[in-house]
Design a protein around this ligand. Sequence first.
Ligand code: UDX
Length: 470
Amino acid sequence: MKTKHVAHCLVLAYPAQGHINPMIQFSKRLAHRGINITLVTTLSFWNQSKTNNNNNNDNNFLFSPNIHSESISDGYDDGGLLAAATLEIYKDTFWKVGRQTLSDLIGKLMIGNYNNNPVDCVIYDSFMPWALEVAKEFGILAAVFCTQPCAVNNIYFHVHKNLIELPLSESEYSLPGSVKLLAEELPSFLYEYGSYPGYFDIVTGQFSNVHKADWVLANTYNELEQEVIEWLSKIWPLKTIGPCIPSMYLDKRLQDDKDYGISIHNQNIDACIQWLNDKPKSSVIYVSFGSMAGPTEKQTEELAYALKNSNHYFMWVVRASEQNKLPKGKFMDTLEKGLIVTWCPQLQVLTHDAVGCFISHCGWNSTLEALCLGVPMIAMPVWSDQITNAKYVKDVWNMGLKVVVDEVDGVAKRETIVDCIKEMMESEKGNEIRENATKWKNLAKNSVDEGGSSDKNIEDFVSELAQCAA
Ligand code: UDX
């Protein structure tokens, strides 16, 4: 007798913290609905995260019997991007070797129908459009997963279509579905054209073959980006399925899913939470610039003194590789109200009662996490989509302030940062922003709750997949 076929997705994550986090969470939501998942990223990334999370077993950090992990090669199995001479070289090697090793992996999973469960669909990070070509060579479905907001996807799609001329020639841009954006509010790879050619190629190449995708899945929610989602839905088979943050923070059906995600950095969870435990409600400023970029040395110094001079409590994540930028001597010796850590359990920190605001680089995951948990933000974007995300945080979603940088040297001065902190922590405007942040939190919860916009889209995706796979 033929056994019933359970749909099986191969989920391919780009090897970076901000990319794998949402894909793991999405995988778990699919697994919760009975889909089998093979979660794949590069061998170098898996090795790094397993070392830092003390995982000896391949799957114990995935917390689901329906999820298995596999790896492909980026050509740098020992070290990943850090082992390559430049990003451009890394990308060229990865695109070639990755494509071949993904093809080998899918071939292996298809042989003998792999326990009666061949791969039905490849869900791949939009940074790696070649994965779609591999899926199609095997005649299987392909869903592109966008880890950045639709506002930003729309901009990159317009660049790909040559509808935005580069170098930028206008001072202001009006794209369909979007608010008006000044040139300097576009992602840095466009405004500072030529600054990072490797990343420029990656982000503008994301949608080169999107017309062949069976689904476009976006880590956002309808209520947050309604207009641009409506516009993109006219041209793409788009489904919003976010916010992809651990379910226990959002979805009451999955409260027992005690997962704090994986990290490629060492962290001391208990020390961070204990430090917060005895601080008054909403009294702490949490500061983090995510997993990749960091402020310059001069900017780090200005921020350091601003935090100290503000006289508020602060918890500041300065990654090990960035610690050399911190002011030396007296500053570090007199940190009465501050805690500096190299990494922290960000979601647990953001949900802690003691945290009053989040100074953030506005990476998309951090932004979504703040939106979902109702934490107001002070935006200090560094590069990439963070610039555009910060514009939306302040002017569109009204859930944050943005630190203004000096026109001459591009550095936000300590007095300016202190003013922003005081406005957020001590003024009526801060309270208004806080109320707005709570509104976005409730809308995020509704979207993933039973019958909410994202929940329904995931449900539809699963049933469409089941029909195709049957
Ligand atoms: C990158 C890009 O920089 C960003 O612009 C893009 O939108 C996504 O990819 P990253 O810079 O790492 O991401 O920022 P972000 O998207 O905010 O992701 C960081 C993740 O690390 C978040 O999920 C955050 O919760 C987590 N984190 C960060 C921790 O768990 N602990 C920390 O101490 C800092």
